[in-house]
Ligand binder design. Structure first.
Ligand code: ADP
Length: 581
């Protein structure tokens, strides 16, 4: 790195020095040369005027002597001519042998009365001369100064200039070396810093003190390093907290990456499979097809998936909830359902047993009450009490019956006798069995439309669903004067509906309507002989058929209860499902 910076700096210096030298050489040399020539010309003009004076005033010496003396004094060649141009005297040559000079530019000007000058190469010596001539009465005088001296001086100055440039180059070389060394070593520290950060050492700092550009870069990088260290520390802390939290969970948690390999598993998971190796394919860790499918679907479809995994640990069933991870892959939480299911079964069994045990005494109370009622006379006080006893015994009897039905349906042990059944027939049956009660209440029962496609249903169980829905509609919505039933094809098979035009149900109650013992108005339900279990029973029967149930309602405009049943094609799949409920 040093050498690269060094050469770049050196090249820059050389360019600057060369440009400066060339500029100096070109501009200063020319200016200097010009001013020197002008100075020589001025000087020579003065001298030639003095020479002309002397020629006019000196009567003691010959023209040759004057020319020789003034030529020597001026350091130039002195020449005197007459008006015809004939050379009368010359300081350096024999005048008689010299050619006529009247045509020389400077002499021509002088013979016309003014000082003339010209620079040209001498015929005799072959070097450039500056000629200056001045007029005298009867001719002209001239001084010729050899310019070879000027050229020599210029050469000398140029030599000095080049020498200075060479010296400057040497200094530049040293300066470039020092600057390159300093800059390179500072940059090297930045590179080392970046390397340390890249290898994960976030404590690395440059600690530059200078305030130039490199110093600013170093300070900014140090700041970034400090921030990174803080963020990383915070991240590690929260990761540790998360790990502790996940490890302290009773549920098992496992995460897989995009490649289907295990990325992380909590202690709960490790206890379950005993070999959840990191980076191993998920299928090698958890060999449960339902679980693996849920994980794959969650990752691929980027949505939450639920499943029931029964083959991870023999004798244990797990509720699996798999969710996609933001960066790809999925994470799953496995909850052991064994204990919950055991408690649930105990509860169901208990309710079923109690209901069963209550059945006989309640029937007997009802029977005796009715017998006593038959033998009592009108207006008797005791008759009133007996009526209350009979009514309550009947209510309790309905409650125990409903409880027993619900326990049976909920347990999944009840086998439904499913057959391909016509929706229209089921609707008609339901309407028939309620026709009399409806007529008594002045309510019209209408079958609006029906579907031709068969549904797979246990006729008796679905009749129970219709009975519960119609019973409610007559109990709570008789004011609407009509109840509409129907069946239509839907995404999930055939959708049945029972619509009334009564008071409707406030929307906040709709989500909880199908819970057992959930009643909007308890007193009214009790008074009308309701147990609060009708809709819960309906829900469990529909779910056991692989369908769904829901309620829609608009206050003061009535309610609609809708449930779906799988259509004929799904018959086999559904009948298999029943064995599980
Ligand atoms: P219940 O034996 O009390 O009728 P259900 O489970 O059948 O119990 O119904 C639960 C509650 O839902 C009822 O108490 C009643 O408040 C409400 N409900 C059911 N059907 C209707 C309806 N068609 N119109 C208005 N309210 C209804």
């Amino acid at each position: 790195m040093t050498s690269r910076i060094f050469f770049k700096l050196l090249a820059a210096f050389i360019v600057v020095i060369a440009a400066a030298t060339a500029t100096l050489d070109f501009s200063i040399r020319r200016a200097w040369e010009k001013s020197l020539t002008e100075e020589i010309q001025r000087n020579l003009t003065q001298k030639v005027v003095m020479f002309a004076n002397r020629v006019q005033t000196d009567r003691q010496h010959s023209l040759q002597d004057i020319a020789a003396r003034d030529g020597k004094a001026a350091g130039a060649r002195a020449t005197i001519i007459d008006t015809e141009g004939k050379v009368l005297a010359d300081s350096e040559a024999d005048a008689s042998t010299m050619e006529n000079h009247s045509r020389r530019t400077e002499f021509a000007a002088a013979l016309h009365g003014s000082v003339g000058s010209e620079t040209r190469r001498s015929h005799t010596l072959g070097i450039p001369f500056l000629y200056v001539a001045a007029p005298i009465p009867g001719g002209a005088v001239r001084l010729a100064y050899p310019l070879s001296d000027v050229a020599a001086m210029v050469r000398k100055v140029r030599r000095t200039l080049l020498l200075s440039s060479a010296l400057a180059f040497l200094v530049a070389l040293i300066l470039a070396g020092i600057a390159a060394q300093t800059t390179a070593s500072r940059l090297q520290r930045i590179v080392e810093f970046a390397d340390r950060i890249a290898t994960g050492d976030l404590t690395a700092r440059i600690e530059e003190t200078s305030s130039d550009e490199i110093g600013h870069v170093a300070a900014a990088l140090d700041k970034t390093g400090r921030r990174l260290e803080q963020s990383f520390a915070a991240l590690q802390t929260s990761q540790r907290q998360l790990e502790t939290l996940l490890n302290s969970m009773q549920d098992a948690v496992i995460a897989v990456g995009n490649d289907g390999r295990v990325q992380w598993a909590n202690q709960g998971m490790n206890r379950l499979v005993q070999r959840s190796r990191l980076n191993a394919p998920l299928i090698e860790t958890v060999r449960d097809p339902d679980f693996v499918t849920a994980m794959r679907e969650a990752a691929e479809q980027k949505s939450v998936r639920t499943a029931r995994a029964a083959s991870i640990v023999p004798g244990h069933a797990f509720d699996v909830k798999a969710a996609p991870m933001p960066g790809g892959g999925a994470v799953a939480v496995l909850r052991d359902l064994t204990e919950i299911e055991r408690i649930e079964k105990t509860r169901r069994d208990f309710i079923a047993n109690v209901s069963h045990e209550l059945r006989t005494p309640l029937t007997s109370i009802q029977g005796y009450a009715e017998t006593l009622l038959d033998s009592s006379s009108e207006g008797d006080h005791a008759r009133e009490f007996l009526e209350i006893i009979r009514k309550n015994a009947a209510r309790m009897s309905r409650l125990t019956e409903d409880l027993l039905t619900l326990a049976r349906v909920e347990s999944g042990e009840h086998r439904f006798d499913t057959q391909p059944t016509s929706p229209g027939e089921m609707l008609q049956e339901a309407v028939e069995s309620f026709r009399e009660i409806a007529r008594a209440q002045n309510v019209e029962l209408i079958v609006e439309n029906s579907s031709d496609a068969a549904v797979n249903a246990d006729r008796e169980a679905i009749h129970q669903v219709f009975a519960n829905l119609l019973d409610n509609a007559l109990k709570y919505a008789a004011s609407g004067n009509r109840i509409v039933l129907g069946a239509r094809p839907s995404e999930r098979g055939i959708e049945f509906y029972v619509q009334d035009f009564g008071p409707g149900i406030p929307s906040e109650h709709l989500p909880r309507l199908f819970e057992r013992f959930y009643r909007i108005d308890k007193a009214r339900s009790r008074e009308s002989g309701g147990t609060g279990l009708g809709l819960a029973i309906a829900k469990h029967i529909v779910l056991a058929h692989g369908g769904t149930i829901r309620a829609e309602s608009e206050l003061n405009h009535g309610s609609t209860f809708l449930f779906t049943l799988p259509a004929g094609a799904e018959a086999d799949a559904v009948s298999q499902k029943f064995t599980r409920f």
